[in-house]
Design a protein around this ligand. Structure first.
Ligand code: 2IT
Length: 448
């Protein structure tokens, strides 16, 4: 139950209308927890139906993706692009390829992306796309044919000032390359319509590391502000075997933290003296799996074949970097019982709403992905700027800008949380600060 009767009514409506979209409902519920602190003081929100409008994507494109596999068999997948909100800039957000992808997941991701992109301070609207296709186990040729088939429909809906896709899980440099190649051929334009591109054809230095590094810049700001402390010697645990977790580990290690546990698809490795992060960095190429190989080299480390059990290990800081709903209430309680005092999201919505509430009520400092993992899309924004200017910045220039953007996001979240009398509630700060810019633009742009 919310304090605001307007929100209660809206939320009942959302649950009824979108009963088959549980991830979207969770994202809205988490967002409404924060809106409850402000809606009743801002009558224009209700008067201009801002929330009613913000909850419905401006456009959803749903399409067939037909392609031929290596055996000559015709394969058919479902593809989507959710163009959620363009109040402050062109739609921007990643593309996810995985068998689990459905409209609910893409809607929740695009909804959150809208506020995340707003927080970066860059002119980026919110979008997300994907297909129910898993690249794992497919040949390179099959991946190429799939990407080309996906873009042969998507290309007509995107553009450098319309909608700019990037990667998400299942979509890395290889997939972006194949999609961009086909996009360029069909549109006959060499423009920055995708980000996360290879360096030789318009990509930005520092983009692939950006989400993980940005996450650690954000963690550093949290430690400095709330504990007058640094990462030196902190015990960190990280889930996920993708780009985010790996680069988060590399940066945590570089900043002096002790990465004691990391998980991949097979399980997790634990060493109370700290894992060999440079080795994990090396082993995880190209597939993102490292735990089994790692155990051959360090048999004295502990291996547990169930990734989820990692949340029961002792740590100071937990960084979920895999996917949505990794941490439920029980996991949050285990983290608390084992000494964890910071939970900072590298993935999108890895923490269930009940677990977030538990953190806020039990002294675990929590930061939501829409703030703490915004480094990836921020550098995507910088890639767009470089493409528009037809130049490229050095790695150091990009990294400095990234660090500054992450500090600014933290400051915005913290100041907003303070303004609402909840200085440690960064989810509140992120939701309200992200929302205000979109809200202001929507008011000025009229009822559309
Ligand atoms: O969740 C995310 O922020 C991303 N997958 C990155 C999006 C982007 O446009 O770089």
């Amino acid at each position: 139950m919310y304090q605001s009767s307007y929100l209660n009514k809206l939320f009942e409506d959302v649950k009824k209308k979108y009963s088959s979209e549980p991830e979207f409902i969770s994202a809205v519920e988490e967002f409404f927890d924060s809106m409850d602190y402000m809606v009743d003081d801002e009558p224009n929100i209700e008067k201009y139906a801002i929330l009613e409008r913000i909850l419905i994507p401006e456009r959803v494109i749903s399409f067939r993706v037909a392609w031929v596999d290596d055996k000559g068999k015709v394969q058919v997948n479902k593809g989507w692009r959710v163009q959620f909100n363009s109040a402050i800039g062109p739609y921007k957000g990643g593309i996810r390829f995985d068998s689990s992808v459905n409209l609910s997941i893409l809607k929740f991701l695009a909804f959150e992306q809208t506020f995340k992109n707003s927080l970066t301070g860059l002119p980026l609207g919110g979008g997300k796309g994907g297909a129910d296709f898993t690249p794992r186990g497919r040949s390179d040729e099959e991946i190429m044919r799939f990407c080309q088939a996906y873009v042969s429909e998507l290309f007509r809906h995107i553009g450098p000032d319309t909608d700019v896709p990037a990667g998400d899980f299942g979509v890395g440099a290889r997939e972006i390359g194949y999609m961009y190649g086909m996009y360029k051929k069909l549109s006959n334009d060499f423009v920055g319509t995708f980000t996360g591109k290879g360096i030789s054809y318009g990509g930005s230095l520092g983009r692939k590391e950006a989400t993980g590094y940005g996450l650690l810049y954000f963690v550093s700001e949290m430690l400095k502000t709330f504990h007058n402390d640094t990462l030196k010697g902190k015990r960190v645990i990280i889930s996920g075997s993708g780009k985010v977790g790996k680069h988060a580990a590399v940066k945590a290690h570089a900043l002096g933290a002790k990465v004691v546990a990391m998980s991949d698809i097979n399980g997790f490795v634990y060493d109370e003296n700290g894992l060999d992060v440079p080795l994990i960095d090396k082993l995880s190429e190209p597939k993102g799996e490292y735990s089994l190989e790692y155990m051959k080299i360090y048999p004295e480390a502990k291996f547990v074949p169930t990734p989820k059990l990692m949340w029961g290990m002792p740590c100071d800081i937990a960084l979920p970097c895999a996917t949505q709903n990794e941490i439920d209430l029980e996991d949050a309680m285990k983290l608390k019982a084992n000494g964890c005092y910071m939970l900072v999201e590298g993935a999108n919505m890895p923490t269930a709403v009940e677990a977030i509430r538990f953190c806020n009520e039990n002294g675990i400092l929590f930061a939501p992905g829409k703030a703490s993992n915004a480094g990836g899309v921020a550098v995507s924004g910088l890639e767009m700027s470089q493409n528009a200017m037809h130049l490229s910045w050095t790695y150091q220039e990009v990294d400095q800008k990234l660090e500054q953007i992450m500090k600014n996001i933290f400051r915005k979240c913290h100041e907003t949380a303070q303004k609402y009398g909840q200085p440690k509630n960064l989810a509140l700060g992120a939701n309200i600060a992200g929302f205000i810019k979109v809200y202001d633009a929507m008011l000025q742009e009229g009822v559309i």
